[in-house]
Design a protein around this ligand. Structure first.
Ligand SMILES: NC(=O)c1ccc[n+]([C@@H]2O[C@H](COP(=O)([O-])OP(=O)(O)OC[C@H]3O[C@@H](n4cnc5c(N)ncnc54)[C@H](OP(=O)(O)O)[C@@H]3O)[C@@H](O)[C@H]2O)c1
Length: 242
């Protein structure tokens, strides 16, 4: 470990975010953990500290711009800088459009699109002032293809891909931008699907996931490259996923 970074992770209370926190902390990075379930974050921070790592748990609701600004500004005040923001928080309730679950559509848009934009708005000024920084967006293979019941979720992930690519094109080259697009990964994401018919189909579709640590390893790879190397996108699926 040569280069210890201050890494902020949204949605660190389970799944990919939690696995990323554990892997990066074990590599000597300081991790700042954000999510709404602060009991989970406190337990995770304790686990990281017990293993010799360093972590701050922080309440975060990415749909609330002020909450995201406070999350980032508090980390800057505490550590003097931030190096990486992993915009990972996301929800994925799936259903056919004719189920008309409009509240779920709106919530998915609020978390997956507005939450990402709030993260960019909060961290970009710090990265610009410092002339360094790294945004990592967790998109999805759903940013590249649409499946029935995934219209709204995939739309938010296409948006996440487009926003992140637009960011990459616009920012000063001192700021790095990475999109990670996972396939089926072990996590709690499928629990949010309320539509009974879709729940059954999704359970079958998700029966051979890869571990969340496989995505954490890709994030670790992207952030550990030399500063002139920008890993722009990694797509990672189970070998069985078509
Ligand atoms: N698992 C997969 O198969 C898969 C595939 C492709 C992409 N992804 C993407 O990977 C990312 C992580 O998902 P996951 O699979 O690890 O699912 P997960 O286990 O359900 O984790 C989602 C995380 O997002 C957080 N979150 C949700 N709403 C939030 C909010 N309003 N504010 C702050 N945090 C919020 C949750 O924390 P709290 O509930 O405690 O707030 C949780 O920590 C998502 O962007 C997802 O779309 C997952």
């Amino acid at each position: 470990m040569t280069d210890s970074k201050v890494v902020l992770i949204t949605g660190a209370s389970s799944g990919i975010g939690q696995a990323t926190a554990l892997r990066l902390a074990s590599q000597g990075h300081h991790v700042v953990l954000g999510a709404r379930r602060t009991d989970r974050l406190a337990a995770l921070a304790e686990r990281i500290r017990d293993a010799g790592g360093s972590a701050d748990p922080h309440h975060l609701d990415v749909t609330d711009q002020q909450s995201v600004t406070t999350f980032v500004d508090t980390a800057v005040a505490r550590h003097g800088r931030i190096d990486v923001l992993v915009n990972n928080a996301g929800v994925g309730p799936l259903s056919r459009l004719d189920a008309l679950l409009t509240d779920e559509w709106n919530h998915t848009i609020d978390v997956n699109i507005r939450g990402l934009l709030h993260g960019i708005a909060a961290a970009l000024p710090h990265f610009q002032r410092r002339g360094a920084g790294h945004f990592v967006t967790i998109a999805s293979v759903g940013a590249h293809e649409v499946m029935p019941t995934g219209a709204v979720y995939c739309a938010t992930k296409y948006a996440a891909w487009a926003i992140t690519e637009g960011l990459r094109l616009e920012v000063n080259p001192s700021i790095r931008v990475t999109t990670i697009s996972p396939g089926i990964v072990e996590s709690e994401i499928a629990d949010a699907t309320t539509d009974p018919a879709t729940r059954e189909a999704i359970r079958a579709f998700r029966k051979t996931p890869i571990s969340a640590d496989a995505i954490a390893a890709a994030i670790s790879y992207a952030i550990s490259q030399p500063s002139d190397v920008d890993v722009n996108e990694i797509v990672i699926r189970p070998t069985t996923q078509r």
